[in-house]
Design a protein around this ligand. Structure first.
Ligand SMILES: *Cc1c(COP(=O)(O)O)cnc(C)c1O
Length: 347
């Protein structure tokens, strides 16, 4: 099974002692969204990251972080997580054969993600507090107990995540005009930017896209310019009030001529439904924030016509069925005979 380390190892500065772990991560489809693109007057693509082995882009950086932890002789990994990092860390620790400890904000993790961490065999600890508190504790555990921390404070995470930008350029033959991406801890937007810069420098892309970062209104420190002590949003993957990579992300967005913007929870859930019902793409709520943002820009006539936009669908919709079910129409139940069914088709 070939993954990110095989495909892009030369860009990732592996050594001959780096174990080539792989669950087949990366090489995700870049799907042309013709229905929505046509409506918005742009050329729209979705980078379908929910198709990674644990259902989110986190796998791209996790494979490198865990491989490097093994190379350095670490005996266990630890992370704090809103859900997807823990699922990914647990899976790669499993294939690497080392223990994984995950700290989650109690009661605030989507059910599918919790199930993943548990079935992959992680030791799951629920912290009464939000993600930011859990991360402080994970850092303490790393420092005091010598565990490898695999949150995006780990530089290998962001380096591995650059591979998504490389794949987009390799698929399109160049970088797009805009990259639209959800922002939580602000690591992924930073990684994409660094990936595009690396490709532009090596002559494999002619430009660097405008980096457009979208947050949920109730958890939008990058938009407000200050920490949010009690972040709240249905998009649990980006329910973060104190982004670890805020400074780097601000730099990346400014240098690229991009922007941060906030979208409301109802806009996010509506965008999630539109994405699934118009394009056949099921993404978790956080991943729908970019489409919600593009729709809002279009309503205000602030979306330039004809540009090529890639939106990053960061996580799979199946991880959080509860969020999706709130918006779907009721199911019709019938007796098991033809006349009952006929009645449904007639009405
Ligand atoms: C982690 C995550 C994000 C946020 O990425 P950051 O690097 O923290 O900004 C967005 N969407 C999903 C589905 C995620 O798992």
């Amino acid at each position: 099974m070939r993954g990110v380390l095989h495909r892009y190892g030369t860009n990732l500065r592996l050594t001959e002692r780096t174990p080539l772990l792989s669950l087949g991560e990366g090489s995700t489809p870049l799907v042309a969204c013709r229905n929505l693109g046509g409506e918005l007057g742009i050329e729209l693509f979705a980078k379908y990251e929910g198709l990674n082995p644990t259902g989110s882009f986190k796998d791209r950086g996790m494979v490198l972080a865990v491989a490097k932890a093994l190379e350095a002789g670490s005996r266990a990994v630890v992370c704090a997580s809103t859900g997807n990092t823990s699922a990914s860390a647990a899976a790669y620790a499993a294939t690497a054969g080392i223990p994984c400890h995950v700290l989650l904000p109690a009661g605030k993790v989507a059910l599918g993600k919790l199930a993943q961490a548990l079935i992959y065999g992680a030791k799951v600890i629920a912290v009464r507090g939000n993600f930011d508190t859990a991360l402080d504790l994970a850092r303490d555990a790393s420092r005091r107990l010598g565990l490898a921390i695999v949150n995006s404070v780990n530089p290998y995470r962001l380096r591995g995540q650059r591979s998504a930008a490389w794949e987009i350029c390799d698929d399109l033959g160049d970088a797009p005009d805009w990259l639209a991406i959800p922002v939580g801890n602000a690591g992924n937007i930073t990684a994409y930017w660094a990936g595009f810069v690396q490709y532009a420098r090596s002559g494999k892309a002619s430009r660097i896209p405008r980096m457009m970062g979208f947050q949920a209104e109730g958890a939008s420190p990058m938009v407000r310019g200050e920490d949010v002590p009690q972040p709240e949003t249905v998009a649990t993957a980006i329910r973060i009030g104190r982004p670890v990579n805020a400074r780097k992300a601000r730099w990346a967005v400014r240098r690229s001529g991009g922007a941060f913007a906030a979208v409301s929870d109802p806009e996010i859930l509506e965008a999630q439904r539109i994405l699934a019902s118009r394009e056949g793409l099921f993404a978790e709520p956080a991943s729908a924030a970019p489409l919600a943002g593009l729709l809002a820009l279009a309503r205000r006539n602030e979306l330039p016509r004809g540009i090529r936009v890639v939106m990053v669908l960061t996580g799979n919709g199946l991880k959080d069925p509860d969020a999706a079910l709130g918006k779907t129409p009721a199911i019709t139940e019938i007796d098991g005979n033809w006349s009952s069914l006929e009645e449904v088709f007639r009405s």
